[in-house]
Write a protein that binds this ligand. Structure first.
Ligand code: GLP
Length: 249
């Protein structure tokens, strides 16, 4: 069975379409006085989605007062003010420019003591459930086939946990950190199982360099070697691609 794939002319058009779907969820929930619960991702891929959401807030009055967010992952260890932190990224690209209440924002905490991580991760899962589960999870994809930081070997039912980063992932992050040796070796990430519970999953990818992994994720045999292939099991997933990322399908 083939996964639903939508191919757009360019990343901008694709991003605007994803942003408008998110805005629709927020507005539908507002009409019913409910929270909209969003699972958010970092990396270059979703930047234009966040830019469009900021534009909708500033120019069209979209409010985020009823929005609760859970980010997929954070490096470990990582302080929130470091330029490479996902806390910093989210503030810079989204949270500092919208009216979301600070207490509604959740990002895995890169400052925990090692022994406190398991309890934090269980509480993270519990909080997602308490607010009613994720309405939509947006995802990028790493060249290892990771979603969040679920690297090869991740179990399909995995929960939020501390993981070890793949060498290729650390090489891809080296530029942001001024060298691979500065890239943390670990991260805290939502699990594949956590992502799967979202009512909608949208995986985005742009660029020629993502074409090989997109081919594997969409058409390859399901395997823990390419964690994104587990998405083939989901009835609620959609791949949103530009022509370059879709070019090997
Ligand atoms: C990081 C993030 C992932 C992201 C991936 C791809 O590893 N933890 O969530 O999907 O990078 O990044 P980019 O969008 O910059 O290609």
């Amino acid at each position: 069975e083939k996964l639903p794939v939508s191919v757009f002319k360019n990343p901008k058009e694709a991003s605007i379409s994803v942003a408008h779907r998110i805005a629709k969820i927020i507005q539908d929930r507002q009409l019913n006085n409910q929270h909209a619960v969003l699972g958010l991702a970092t990396g270059a891929t979703p930047i234009a989605v966040y830019a469009e959401l900021v534009r909708l807030h500033k120019e069209e009055g979209l409010s985020f007062k009823n929005v609760v967010t859970f980010n997929l992952d954070e490096y470990f260890p990582m302080g929130p003010t470091a330029a490479q932190s996902y806390v910093y990224f989210m503030k810079e690209h989204l949270f500092d420019h919208i009216d979301i209440p600070a207490e509604n924002i959740h990002i895995p905490d890169g400052t925990l003591k090692l022994e406190d991580i398991p309890a934090f991760c269980l509480a993270y899962e519990k909080k997602i459930e308490e607010v009613g589960g994720l309405d939509m999870q947006i995802l990028g994809i790493g060249r290892t086939g990771h979603i969040g930081f679920n690297e090869p070997g991740s179990a399909p039912n995995s929960g939020t946990r501390l993981v070890t980063l793949d060498d290729l992932t650390r090489r891809d992050a080296a530029r942001d950190f001024g060298g691979k040796s500065n890239v943390p070796t670990k991260a805290i990430t939502m699990g594949i199982g956590t992502i799967f519970k979202a009512r909608e999953i949208v995986l985005m990818a742009w660029n020629q360099k993502k074409a090989p992994i997109i081919k594997k994720a969409v058409e390859g045999e399901m395997s823990s070697e390419v964690p994104a292939t587990y998405l083939q099991l989901s009835d609620n997933v959609e791949f949103i691609l530009d022509e370059d990322a879709a070019s090997l399908l």
